[in-house]
Design a binder for this molecule. Structure first.
Ligand code: ADP
Ligand code: MG
Length: 442
């Protein structure tokens, strides 16, 4: 199930109201993905490109937690957010204040560049949530001006940047100082590279990994190419040939329509390939069973429509096949994002008929790399690639079609022209045979 409204997330009325005032009508992808597990108290390892709403993705669940479990007596901060820079700390605190506007929660910042005197105020008063940069915070911890013992949730924002800036050791010290905490949330624009993975492993406890746009992020690890096919029969032959390659250990085959799911399964079965399938009309129990068969390795081929495959998570998919090309580049990315997960290599293969070449061009432009074609010697297409023709002069067929279109457009204009009395009088003078036909239709 995908979350499309904030109220579905079961947030407090006061937070929903603040969201509305901020003009946030629906959660972003990372918010929809990260908020539910964070609300459950799980550790979260979140990644999403810059500007996709990571701040609210961690603020909302912690604010909700503070509202759900109000403390009886005031005391030191319960939520500690670390950011790489002062500016970011300010921004995060500002957003937290806006979101907590209709609550009684107190929010403070601790950063460099601020005189101790001003921070003294922070310490003397009771705080719920503190946003801090590591250097100054550590200093206060050492001087015993900052009490870490009440921290229940530690949040690391822009963890990748903090590591780049050499704060790993500082963060680990703060992590140790807040060892009584119940939850840790780590957000980053990327989770690529060994350093951040190692780091996350030391700081987080069985985290839920969420990412906003896995297809985009991981496409670098996905090798993509296509085979040209003459028709459906040829596509089926190509698919069967490819599925029999030993490196295909777990495949998802995407088709455009529900009817196609059953056709493809039948064709594969004839070739001795067992499949599991998903299509929109399946009852939940059947869906679960289909997925289970694949996950448990009882079959290694799953045939699915885009809609039916939405939200399913199957690990270790070695190959994604586009039996039918998707209509949008975005769908293409979602499809291929099923493979190459968790740093593994993945392969995405498209079977392309003549009429799919426009889509192929669109997808190539969208992913900013041309998809290369491959050929299986014994299954060479007999037709020529249409895109080669398009690059040069238009073919005769295309020219004829264009002419036809032009003429039709002209004809379509005629009735309008005829509305004028002066033109009706001229009909008899027309020499074109088509005019007579148009007149007849009048
Ligand atoms: P990130 O941390 O991923 O870089 P931010 O949390 O700073 O992204 O959010 C980027 C921008 O998007 C901010 O201006 C923020 O106010 C806005 N924003 C965040 N969540 C939403 C939402 N659900 N709806 C509309 N705008 C949002
Ligand atoms: Mg951010």
């Amino acid at each position: 199930m995908t979350v499309t409204t904030f109220s579905e997330l079961e947030l407090d009325e006061s937070l929903l109201e603040a969201l509305q005032e901020k003009g946030f009508t629906r959660p972003t992808a990372i918010q929809a993905a990260a908020i539910p597990p964070a609300l459950e108290g799980r550790d979260v390892l979140g990644s999403a490109p810059t500007g996709t709403g990571k701040t609210a993705a961690y603020l909302l669940p912690v604010l909700q937690h503070l509202l759900d479990f109000p403390r009886k007596k005031s005391g030191p901060p319960r939520v500690l957010i670390l950011t790489p820079t002062r500016e970011l700390a300010m921004q995060v605190a500002e957003q937290a204040r806006e979101l907590a506007k209709h609550t009684h929660l107190d929010i403070a910042t601790i950063t460099g560049g601020v005189a101790f005197m001003n921070h003294a105020e922070v310490f003397s008063e009771n705080q719920d949530l503190v946003v801090a940069t590591t250097g100054r915070l550590l200093q206060y911890i050492k001087e015993e001006n900052f009490d870490c013992r009440a921290v229940e949730t530690l949040i690391l924002d822009e963890a990748d940047r903090m590591l780049d800036m050499g704060f790993a050791q500082d963060i680990e010290t703060i992590s140790a100082e807040t060892r009584w905490r119940k939850q840790t949330l780590l957000f980053s624009a990327t989770l690529e590279g060994e350093a951040i993975k190692d780091f996350a492993e030391r700081i987080l406890n069985e985290p839920v990994e969420v990412e906003a746009d896995p297809a985009r992020r991981e496409r670098k690890k996905i090798q993509q190419w296509y085979y040209r096919a003459d028709d459906t029969q040829h596509k089926t032959a190509l698919l069967i040939h490819l599925l029999k390659q030993p490196e295909v250990t777990r495949a998802v085959i995407f088709v455009r329509k529900r009817e196609r799911v059953h056709e493809v399964c039948a064709w594969l079965r004839e070739a001795g390939i067992n499949t599991s399938y998903l299509e929109g009309e399946l009852v939940q129990a059947k869906r679960n069973e289909a997925i289970k068969r694949v996950v448990e390795g009882r079959v290694n081929v799953l045939v699915a429509t885009d809609i039916a495959a939405r939200g399913i998570d199957i690990d270790d998919v070695s190959h994604v096949f586009n039996f039918d090309m998707p209509v949008t580049a975005d769908t293409y990315l979602h499809r291929i994002g099923r493979t190459g997960r968790a740093g593994k290599k993945g392969i995405a293969i498209s079977l392309v008929e003549a009429h799919d070449h426009l889509l192929l061009g669109k997808i190539s432009r969208y992913i900013q790399e041309p998809l290369k074609s491959r050929v299986i010697e014994e299954l060479r297409p007999t037709t020529r690639p249409p895109n080669e023709k398009l690059k040069g002069k238009p073919s005769k067929k295309v020219l004829a079609k264009r002419k036809e279109k032009k003429e039709k457009a002209k004809e379509d204009e005629k009735p309008r022209a005829k509305l004028r009395h002066r033109d009706t009088k001229n009909i008899g003078k027309r020499r074109k045979p088509s005019a007579a036909k148009t007149d007849g239709a009048e």
